[in-house]
Every structure is written in structure tokens, then in C-alpha cells.
Write a protein that binds this ligand. Structure first.
Ligand SMILES: O=C(O)C1=C[C@@H](OP(=O)(O)O)[C@@H](O)[C@H](O)C1
Ligand SMILES: C=C(OP(=O)(O)O)C(=O)O
Length: 426
């Protein structure tokens, strides 16, 4: 499916943010490990969440979908022997990384694989940590990337993790931490990518009753125990909301997004700070955020190391700024569903703005004569949705193979259509 965007000005719109992908993955894992049945209320229903559900079910966890929720029969951390299990994680890095440590708790031999792109996404930092803690890893393709087979046990103790390419390595270990043989201590080696996602992990674990402490030396300590089952409500997704906020910024006008927690620990909250610095005004309701813009934007200089998923959205807004923008802390964007630094370059140059790389960590976006173009998102949902933002600002932008948004925000095009922002798909 292709979609075509036309220029819009002076919008006055209201949306409901879809449920958080990150919270949904974590809630499912915690519920699968909990001591009884749990109900995940208003989880995200998307490709990636289906992958985590299918993965859990392949490991012997019983899950069922009821209206607007997912029921999970907790295993208490004791999984049935399912023999040799293969789990295809498609394009979902979070599923693959989280299921890697979980597989250690299962008596089954688990092979984790995925899409062609997944074979290029790193897992070495997590695999090395697992091997320090009783796990046995065998790679079937390139060393340090899926497919990989996991066997052995999860002893725990102090593990040193190189999480410079992905925070998901730490989150994966943390989520299973309460179930290791001896208490788990996770010591990051060097810098940690996308750090804010670890706060989401700790937040969900605590809601399921776990004891997680970040020591002053930067080491995460997880006490042994069992997650408490129960009802868990998933909050709205700030990454998905970023495309809606960005619409107000580039078109001018106002956009309110409901179903958002103003006190959220989601790092993508930072996108709002960026919009504020660029000249938008932001106001918060009890469970909503409103962005108002006069359509006049100034460039920004910002470190996005903790919030990689809104870099493409920010770049889409920066092309409309009157002055240049410098976005740093983004070297790990090349390990995502696509090489997102290159994706940003294609978007920015495609619409006529200037793009420059300064080392492997920083990009510079400069104003240009903007025009429409055709964008191939290369199966990256965030490129497709950010391209739509540019299209609403410039007009005449076609997004090819636009159905890839189903990874995180399946209703994106419908939401734009309902808001009167999209007339054509073909
Ligand atoms: O833990 C998570 O839910 C995520 C962590 C981030 O990945 P990295 O830590 O690999 O950067 C983010 O990009 C991804 O969309 C979701
Ligand atoms: C990088 C992303 O997800 P994942 O790592 O789960 O594939 C994303 O949603 O932008």
C-alpha cells in the first residue's frame, strides 16, 4: 500500500495515543513469569506484540486475547519442556532480545531467528553476559547476531554487559533477574544506549512486585523472588504520539493527544522538550498533552542518546526550521529496523533540506527549498510515519509500502484519515 500526503495548515486536532509498545512487551514477560493469572489491560495490538505473544506461547505459556486485554497464565518461572523450539521474531528486536534470557529459564532448547534485517542486528553484548551466567549460546550466522540457540541455565551473580549498542540487553537480563539461581547484579561496561528504556523496565518490574535497585556505582541489583500476578494497565506510547505532535509543529495549529501519562518515565517524552525549544508551546492535562505551534520553528542542538525512536520524527520537524539543527548521540540508530541515520538522510535530502554527518554520532540538518518526494521506508515503521509528517508540511509526498506501520502503530493511517489529514491511499 502507498499513501500520498498533501500540505495542511492551521490544524486543530485531537487523537488518542496507542498503548505503549515497550510497556506491552514488558508486561507480557512479567505476567508470563508471575505466580498466577494476569490480565494485561489495553495492551498494544501490533505485529511486534503478537511476536512476543507467539514466542511466549512457544515456550509453553498460555495466553488468550479477550476484548481489549490479554490474559496470561503465569508460570511462576517454571516452564514446561517443549523440546526443540524455534521462535521467529520477525522484525521485533525487543521480542528477540527479551526472549533470549527468558529462554534460559525454559528447559527447552530455543532457536531465535527473525527477518533478514534481524540477522544484522547485534545481540553479542547480551549473549556474552548470558555466557557469564551459565548460558550456552550458539550462533548460526554471523557471530554476535541472530539466529542463535540458547541452552544452559541462568545462574545469576555479577555480569558485565556491553550495552553500548542496545539497552535491551540490560532490560532482558533484568526482567528475568528475579528467577536466577543467585542474586543478579548487572554492571554496564562503558556507555549505555537508549538508557531511558531501562527505567521503563524497572517501572514494570516494580509494578509486578520486584525489588530492583540501581546502586551508586551504576550496577543494577535484582532481588530473587516471583512476580505477583494481577491486572496491569498499559499506558499510552510517547513514540507513537510524536508523529501527532509533530503534525502541529510543521503544519501550525494545535494537536491534543489523549491517553498519555504526563509523569511517564518514557524517554520519548523528551521530544516535547525539543518542540518547546524549537518554538512550540506545550500544555499538560491529567492524561493528555497539547502542542500548539504558529508554524515558525527554530533549529535545535540536542543529544538524543536516550530516546532513539523519536530521532526520525525530530529530523522531520527540523527540516522546517529556519536555522540549522544538530542532533547528537545517535550512533546506535544504525542497528534498528533499518540504518536510521541513512533513513534520515534519505528523508531530509529527499524533501530538499541539507544533511551532513559529523562523525558517526551526530547529524546536521540545514534549511532548504522544500518540495515533495517519494519515500521508500525500507520496512521501517518510524521512517514511514516521519515521512508522513514531512508530507503534511510540504505536500506531495508519497510513502511507498506504508503498511510497515503495523509494527508499532497499526492504526496510524486510519487515524490520519479520520482527522482529515489523508485523502489517498492506493
Ligand atoms: O526496550 C525497548 O522497549 C526499546 C529500546 C530501544 O532499543 P535499543 O535499546 O536497542 O536502542 C528502542 O529503540 C526500541 O524501540 C524499544
Ligand atoms: C527499534 C524499534 O524496535 P525493536 O528494537 O523492538 O525492533 C522501534 O520500535 O523503533
Amino acid at each position: 500500500m502507498d499513501v500520498k500526503l498533501y500540505k495542511k495548515t492551521g490544524v486543530d486536532l485531537s487523537f488518542t495515543a496507542p498503548p505503549s509498545k515497550s510497556y506491552s512487551h514488558r508486561a507480557l514477560i512479567c505476567a508470563a513469569l508471575a505466580d498466577g493469572p494476569s490480565e494485561i489491560l489495553s495492551p498494544l495490538f501490533s505485529d511486534d506484540i503478537s511476536i512476543t505473544c507467539r514466542g511466549l506461547s512457544a515456550l509453553g505459556v498460555e495466553l488468550s486475547r479477550s476484548d481489549g486485554s490479554i490474559l496470561v497464565e503465569g508460570t511462576g518461572g517454571v516452564f514446561p519442556d517443549m523440546g526443540e523450539v524455534t521462535i521467529d521474531c520477525g522484525n521485533s528486536g525487543t521480542s528477540l532480545r527479551f526472549l533470549t534470557t527468558l529462554s534460559l529459564l525454559s528447559p527447552s532448547d530455543v532457536l531465535l531467528t527473525g527477518s533478514r534485517r534481524m540477522m544484522e542486528r547485534p545481540i553479542g553484548g547480551l549473549a556474552d553476559a548470558i555466557m557469564q551466567s551459565g548460558g550456552v549460546i550458539r550462533y548460526f550466522g554471523e557471530e554476535g547476531c541472530p539466529p542463535l540457540r540458547i541452552s544452559g541455565e541462568f545462574i545469576g551473580g555479577k555480569v558485565v554487559v556491553d550495552a553500548s549498542k542496545s539497552s535491551q540487553f540490560i532490560s532482558s537480563l533484568m526482567l528475568c533477574g528475579p528467577y536466577s539461581d543467585i542474586p543478579l547484579e548487572i554492571m554496564p561496561k562503558g556507555s549505555v544506549a537508549s538508557r531511558s528504556y531501562i527505567d521503563i523496565t524497572a517501572d514494570v518490574m516494580k509494578s509486578f512486585g520486584a525489588d530492583v535497585v540501581l546502586n551508586t556505582d551504576g550496577c543494577w541489583e535484582i532481588k530473587q523472588g516471583t512476580y505477583s500476578s494481577g491486572k496491569y494497565h498499559v499506558e499510552g506510547d510517547y513514540s507513537s504520539a510524536s508523529y501527532l505532535f509533530a503534525t502541529a509543529a510543521v503544519c501550525g495549529g494545535s494537536v491534543t493527544v489523549n491517553n498519555l501519562n504526563p509523569a511517564s518515565v518514557q524517554g520519548d517524552f523528551r521530544f516535547l522538550e525539543a518542540l518547546l525549544c524549537m518554538g512550540c508551546s506545550i500544555s499538560y492535562g491529567e492524561s493528555s498533552v497539547r502542542v500548539v505551534s504558529e508554524g515558525i520553528l527554530k533549529g535545535i542542538e540536542i543529544d538524543m542518546s536516550s530516546c532513539p525512536d523519536v530521532v526520525q520524527t525530530l529530523a522531520a520537524v527540523c527540516v522546517f526550521a529556519k536555522t540549522r539543527s544538530i542532533i547528537s548521540g545517535i550512533s546506535h540508530l544504525k542497528y534498528k529496523e533499518s540504518d536510521r541515520i541513512d533513513a534520515v538522510r534519505r528523508m531530509v535530502e529527499g524533501c530538499g533540506a541539507g544533511f551532513e554527518e559529523a562523525g558517526d554520532d551526530t547529524i546536521i540538518i540545514t534549511p532548504g527549498d522544500l518540495h515533495g518526494f517519494e519515500l521508500h521506508p525500507e520496512d521501517d515503521h518510524r521512517t514511514a510515519m516521519s515521512g508522513a509528517v514531512i508530507g503534511l508540511g510540504t505536500g506531495d509526498v508519497t510513502i511507498k509500502d506504508a503498511e510497515c506501520v503495523s509494527k508499532s502503530y497499526p492504526g496510524f493511517w486510519d487515524d490520519l484519515m479520520e482527522a482529515g489529514l489523508l485523502e489517498e491511499w492506493f
